[in-house]
Design a protein around this ligand. Structure first.
Ligand code: PRP
Ligand code: MN
Ligand code: MG
Length: 182
């Protein structure tokens, strides 16, 4: 399917697995057993990471999902963050852990955090698999747990799409330009 389209595998399956296990441990150690914790997956990119991460967290967490988008099919952010699907549950007095696949400019997270703050959660923390610090325009946006700091390259796989495709690729790769130049 991807023949000749992969420039470089940036993070392979073993690296993902090992790192996510570590992150799960760190998150488990941070909270208390009797804390009410809601893990909030930012769709759609976050769904694969969330599924693997939550199974490495040894706490009675609940899972909720929020769909926001800013890229609208392209390769760079348009800056317009749209809420497509809101959370199902109230987060008032609960510990919120936002789960993202990547922080790029930080616009998506900034918007989501500001919105969730108004709902009076006990705390808001952020866990991201990837961080692209070079691209950050929202300097105040930072993750509490960050899997991998990556260079300013377009990356795909493990939840991250190009034009809604390739989220199912089990590793993270930098594509050859042929992939998005058709
Ligand atoms: C991507 C990614 C993050 C966000 C990061 O989502 O999954 O949510 O962009 O970019 P930012 O820091 O510049 O805001 P996208 O809007 O492409 O939607 P998707 O998750 O459905 O692919
Ligand atoms: Mn996303
Ligand atoms: Mg996307």
């Amino acid at each position: 399917m991807l023949e000749g389209m992969i420039k470089e595998v940036l993070i392979d399956e073993k690296q993902l697995k090992d790192r996510i296990k570590e992150m799960g441990k760190n998150i488990t150690n941070h909270y208390n057993e009797d804390d009410e914790i809601v893990m909030v997956c930012i769709l759609r990119g976050g769904f694969i990471f969330m599924a693997d991460l939550v199974r490495q967290v040894e706490l009675p967490v609940s899972c909720d999902f929020m769909d926001v988008t800013s890229y609208e099919g392209g390769t760079t952010s348009t800056g317009n963050v749209r809420i497509i699907k809101d959370l199902e549950e109230s987060i008032e007095d609960k510990h919120v852990l936002i789960v993202e696949d990547i922080i790029d400019t930080g616009l998506t997270l900034k918007h989501v955090i500001n919105m969730l703050k108004t709902r009076k959660p006990k705390s808001i923390k952020v866990c991201t698999l990837l961080d692209k610090p070079e691209r950050r325009t929202e300097k105040e946006v930072e993750a509490d747990w960050n899997g991998f700091e990556i260079p300013n390259e377009f990356v795909i796989g493990y939840g991250l799409d190009y034009d809604e495709k390739y989220r199912n690729i089990p590793y993270i790769f930098i594509p050859e330009p042929e992939l998005y130049e058709g």
